[in-house]
Design a protein around this ligand. Structure first.
Ligand code: SF4
Length: 400
């Protein structure tokens, strides 16, 4: 019997740039099966050498191995098998013998309501290029998985999702498909009529706030025309200002290996922090309704709302999961304006926006921010304790 997967339509044409950007800068999290597969491939002496410095992470309760990480090499913390910009394991043994994460990245699958769903990571520059492939509205495609295809490898890299909370209610992710279907329909319609991403995001955020604050049943989730946008825009600007420029600049610096859409060579990195410092006049110098940027912003919104259930793993609160889309876009706006000024451009163009979106995704992925320290649109004052079920712990680590 053939298997179907649900995938953002533009990602059907995704191809890796073969630059090895995801093969360095972090320790790649292999599974224990990946490790066993690797050990079978390698000669005993090489195997011993490669395993030196191996880290194993075990779940404290179940004692099950969560992930293993090989030691990295060099100043850029590269995978041991990276040869220039290409993979030495793939060259020697073929892509079919790579660890599963390497076969699947930048995508993984999640069980969906109707079929498995493929989620592509917008940290990857080629995922961002696909989002910018054309101006067509965001759409999902249901496709048959061909045996031995990259789609099959990605579909096999399946991550189950835990239960999701809305206030004090708990749902299986598959029960929440109604919400996503309605959001994706609005994003698609807005893209079709040349609407503005911020207005769409405002309407979705009002609908989400009603769902959480009023304990609405899922089926009552309604994205309405004519919601007042100004309060949401004020919130959006608060989100833009939310972070100190120094950790933002650090995140941008770490992300530099993923940047191909604009030229950063020769720029002084120490100056980026000044460009990232919040300036009130930014609001006058940048129009987030700029027509040229809307198709990409709307396609990004569709992409993020499709894959939003795996965010904020500690809270698993849908109000926060969906709110991260606003934070991600607002922070991308701030990165975009800083990149515009730093690279000497007159305006934020789509190439700058792509890089800014990737930086923002990467920054939130790298940080662990307690949800109650962040601004959330429209959630009532009781929300932090109601939603998280715990008060923020002052001893929790936040990035310096
Ligand atoms: S980040 Fe994306 S484009 Fe770069 S090597 Fe990885 S999969 Fe390829």
């Amino acid at each position: 019997m053939s298997e179907q997967v649900l995938v953002p339509e533009m990602m059907l044409r995704f191809t890796c740039n073969q630059q090895g950007c995801c093969c360095k800068g972090w320790r790649i999290p292999f599974s224990d099966q990946d490790l066993v597969g690797l050990m079978k491939l390698l000669e005993p002496d090489e195997c011993t050498e490669r395993m030196a410095g191996l880290r194993v992470f075990v779940d404290k309760t179940t004692k099950v191995v969560e992930q293993v990480q090989l030691a990295t090499v060099g100043e850029d913390f590269a995978c041991q098998f990276l040869e220039g910009a290409s993979c030495g394991l793939q060259r020697r043994y073929g892509a079919e013998n790579l660890p599963r994460i390497c076969q699947a990245f930048p995508a993984h699958a999640q069980p969906g309501a109707e079929a498995s769903e493929l989620h592509f990571d917008a940290v990857c520059p080629e995922v961002l290029e696909q989002l910018d492939e054309d101006d067509a509205p965001f759409q999902l495609a249901e496709v048959e998985v061909e045996p031995g295809s990259s789609l099959e490898w990605r579909a096999r890299y399946l991550f189950p999702l835990p239960a999701i909370h809305i206030g004090e209610r708990t749902f299986e992710p598959t029960e929440l498909w109604t919400l996503r279907r309605r959001i994706l329909k609005v994003v698609e319609e807005e893209g079709g009529r040349g609407g503005a991403a911020i207005d769409t995001l405002a309407r979705i955020s009002y609908a989400m706030a009603r769902l959480v604050n009023e304990d609405q049943p899922i089926d009552a989730f309604e994205i309405r025309e004519g919601e007042p946008v100004q309060p949401f825009e004020e919130h959006f600007e608060v989100c833009m200002r939310a972070h100190h420029p120094v950790p933002m600049a650090k995140a941008a610096y770490t992300y530099r290996r993923f940047v191909f859409a604009i030229e950063l060579e020769g720029l002084a990195w120490e100056e980026l922090v000044d460009h990232l410092a919040w300036r009130p006049e930014w609001r006058e110098g940048f129009d987030w309704r700029e027509p040229e940027l809307q198709p990409l912003m709307l396609r990004f919104l569709g992409h993020r709302f499709f894959s939003s259930f795996d965010r904020l793993p500690d809270d698993r609160q849908l109000g926060f999961n969906y709110g991260t889309v606003t934070h991600g876009l607002a922070t991308a706006m701030r990165f975009a304006m800083a990149l515009r000024d730093w690279t000497g451009r007159e305006r934020v163009d789509r190439d700058v926006l792509k890089v800014a979106l990737g930086m923002s995704e990467f920054m939130y992925r790298s940080w662990r921010l307690p949800a109650a320290t962040m601004p959330w649109f429209g959630l009532t004052p009781k929300a932090p304790t109601l939603i998280t079920g715990k008060r923020p712990d002052a001893t929790e680590e936040v990035p310096s």
